[in-house]
Design a protein around this ligand. Structure first.
Ligand code: BGC
Length: 747
């Protein structure tokens, strides 16, 4: 205390501290007065983050300025739950958090209420563990199935990604804590992510890579946005005023703060001028740079003040500022229940023949695949949640009263022990493995072994797990690749042949955050379930689906191509240092995901929006009504099968011919039924504005929806349109916007 007063008097004597400063303490009502009372050094300090936080394992913080009553606020990863250290030095307590399902699974639920509910539970953990902002959700577009962080992100479609993000933001923030929607923008690859220049046409940007953020900002009102590591059409996003101020704030009305991704240094002056309020994780050099730039006249005090004011406006909303007495005891059991109930809603039943699922009369299964015994709860990197352990599929099935063959399980245990010992020898940490987060190498399964197992079990389950993570993109081949390895393909072949010869069935469970190659082997098993990385309750949730306790209602939020090279982006993905000047040219433009495959009529393994159920649904009576600003639509969905289930309906629109070429159809709305009993119906409603229908005409810098007749298509997936209606737009709709974000090189 004495030292602080001495410091303040010294500053006063030196004339560095405004006179009013001594008495001002920050309140929600005196932000301008506090701003006035701050020294230039204090302002600079506030724009630069701090690494040390009171919550071990949190990613970073904003600086405290105690003399002005400004507390430190804590920023913590996301997005699959709160990432903090579970144990602390000299502290017997534990600080475990919940691993919620990864983003791709959340998107696959197509259930906005569920996304919001999950957000509420995550936000409770943020609050109860003394943090202020969850660095989530991640909503970059799946440009390529190979992006290493696709598991954290939602979809190849900006509407689905944007809506899911907006709901998650609302859910988390309902706790009085913040979110940071990330990574703004076009963080489409992990290779050279801190230097790559993503070159994208203005139209593609507006319609694909920015629309998701626009929806999240306009509908979710996040407290913060995280600018990305990469360059976009030239400058780093973190230094781009057109992106962070003209577009984000002036066009979209964002009123929170922008923070950098955890960058190290960029051009500090350019960042402040661009409206990148907070630099994370922050270093003293940046503080000095701001002070010197203002003194030297290269940075306007006005630019600094705008950022500082926004940070103060953020701080007064935080639990840290309110002095919230957090418990360190969120209701982890309730959240585990939520994970178990919600994960099956995003699991996608890709195939189900010969009534393989739900399992009937199965007492003993043989569990093939190393990850059957160490199911992956989440992916790797900052999106990985530190949990005590994940429920494995083996454990989940045991909990459901289904045994697995002990000799096979012992064999895999030997494999895991060997691998753990080997890791130890190489001094690699085994700790991640304990929490079910790291992929074990697969064992080769011979036909002989498969035949032996077929004698001892009623059914085989094969888990195929390929993990991905932050900082690296997925290879096409290899044990973490898009394609299955030769051992995995052999395992599927040997096991299916052995079991089918014995008159028994085989189910493949995919435990991966992203798309896998399926075309070459999908004919072999009787059923395939895409379980993603479903969070800490993984094994219980998968067992619920396999046994029929839960009816899966997930649908793919991205296309599953036959070959990864079928994606036009694959030709230029990822850009590697030295090969292309670290430039990623988006030659494919809008030809991303179904916008390409559907328009080009290119065959896929599973289309966007695809997913089976244990029941069936019929769609009827579509209606479309023009409104002042577009149209509303309804369709009635009836459960025509024998068990209860939910159905999500995708509303695609096919635009009339106009000046611009357009994808054959685009997702413009979606809705999901409640759980419908057999025979029960529900009418779903949709609303589509003219703005949502519009395409971006870059030659005029305007959104345009041509006059004419729009086909309104109600699909179970993009290829399975069940019924349709029409909407006529009498007069063309246009909206002029800023001509910004010009590519710095030809495409
Ligand atoms: C990641 C962000 C994350 C941040 C803080 C970065 O490397 O890209 O998503 O929020 O680290 O951990």
């Amino acid at each position: 205390m004495k030292i602080r007063s001495l410091f303040i008097s010294t500053l006063l004597l030196a004339g560095l501290l405004p006179a009013a400063a001594q008495s001002v303490k920050l309140t929600a009502g005196n932000i301008d007065a506090v701003l006035k009372a701050m020294t230039l050094e204090e302002k600079a300090r506030l724009l630069v983050g701090e690494r040390q936080t009171k919550v071990p394992g949190a990613a970073g913080a904003t600086a405290a300025i105690p003399r002005l009553g400004i507390p430190q606020t804590i920023l913590s990863d996301g997005p699959a739950g709160l990432r903090i250290n579970p144990t602390r030095k000299d502290d017997a307590r534990t600080y475990y958090t919940t691993a919620f399902p990864v983003g791709s699974l959340v998107a696959a639920t197509w259930n906005v209420e569920l996304a919001e509910q999950t957000g509420r539970a995550m936000g409770d953990e943020v609050l109860q563990y003394g943090c202020d902002v969850l660095l989530a959700p991640g909503l970059n577009i799946h440009r390529s199935p190979l992006c290493g962080r696709n598991f954290e992100y939602y979809s190849e479609d900006p509407l689905l990604a944007g809506k899911m993000a907006a709901c998650t933001v609302r859910g988390v923030q309902s706790n009085g804590v913040g979110t940071s929607v990330k990574h703004f923008a076009v963080n489409s690859q992990e290779t050279e992510r801190t230097s790559v220049n993503e070159v994208v046409s203005k139209r593609t940007l507006r319609e694909l890579y920015l629309r998701n953020f626009e929806i999240a900002v306009r509908e979710g009102h996040p407290w913060t946005v995280m600018s990305s590591y990469n360059r976009l059409n030239g400058p780093f996003t973190q230094e781009n005023r057109q992106l962070l101020t003209t577009l984000l704030r002036e066009e979209w009305g964002f009123d929170g703060i922008v923070m950098t991704d955890w960058t190290g240094t960029r051009n500090t002056v350019a960042q402040v001028h661009a409206g990148n309020d907070l630099m994370e994780p922050g270093n003293n050099e940046q503080v000095t740079q701001i002070v010197e730039a203002v003194k030297g006249g290269t940075l306007a005090m006005e630019d600094v003040d705008i950022c500082v004011k926004r940070i103060l406006q953020y701080i007064v909303k935080t639990p840290a500022f309110r002095g919230y007495k957090y418990s360190n005891r969120p209701d982890l059991e309730a959240h585990a229940r939520l994970v178990r109930e919600s994960a099956p809603e995003g699991m996608v039943l890709l195939k189900n023949e010969n009534a393989a699922l739900p399992m009937q009369g199965v007492k003993t299964v043989a569990l093939f695949g190393a990850q059957s015994y160490a199911t992956l709860a989440c992916g790797l990197g900052s999106g990985c949640v530190n949990i005590a352990s994940a429920v494995s599929l083996a454990q989940g099935l045991s909990n459901a009263g289904i045994n697995h063959t002990a000799d096979l399980s012992d064999l895999y245990k030997m494999g895991r022990d060997f691998d753990d010992a080997h890791s130890k020898m190489l001094q690699k940490s085994n700790w991640d493995r304990a929490a079910g987060r790291t992929q074990y190498p697969e064992l080769a399964i011979s036909r002989y072994l498969a035949d032996e197992q077929a004698k001892k079990s009623d059914l085989a389950i094969i888990t195929i797990a390929h993990e991905a993570g932050e900082g690296w993109d997925r290879p096409i081949e290899g044990w973490r690749g898009f394609n299955l390895t030769a051992d995995e393909l052999d395992m599927i072949k040997n096991v299916t042949e052995a079991y089918h010869a014995a008159g028994k069935k085989v189910v493949v469970v995919i435990n991966s955050g992203s798309v896998m190659e399926t075309a070459s082997w999908k004919a072999r098993p009787d059923a395939i379930l895409m379980a993603w990385q479903p969070g800490g309750e993984a094994g219980n949730a998968i067992a619920d689906v396999l046994t029929g306790k839960a009816n899966p209602s997930g649908k793919l939020p991205m296309t599953w191509p036959i070959d990864v090279m079928d994606h036009p982006s694959s030709k230029n993905f990822p850009t590697r240092k030295g090969t292309n000047d670290e430039v990623s040219l988006h030659h494919e433009g809008l030809n991303v995901g179904y916008r390409y495959f559907d328009t080009a009529r290119k065959e896929v393994s599973y289309p966007f929006g695809y997913g089976l159920s244990y029941t069936t649904f019929a769609y009827s009576k579509p209606q479309v009504k023009a409104t002042k600003d577009g149209f509303t639509a309804t369709v009635t969905v009836k459960n025509t099968g024998k068990v209860a289930g939910k159905e999500s309906v995708q509303l695609y629109v096919s635009a009339p011919k106009g000046k611009l070429e357009k994808p054959a159809k685009e997702l413009r709305a979606f809705a999901k039924t409640r759980k419908l009993a057999p025979g029960e119906s529900q009418t779903l409603s949709f609303a589509v504005s003219r703005y949502a229908l519009a395409s971006f005409d870059e030659s005029a810098s305007q959104w345009i929806a041509d006059a004419g007749q729009y086909a309104v298509l109600f699909g179970a997936n993009v290829e399975d349109i069940r019924c349709q209606a029409a909407f006529t737009l009498k007069k063309a709709y246009t909206q002029q916007v800023n001509d910004i974000l010009q590519p710095d090189q030809e495409l």
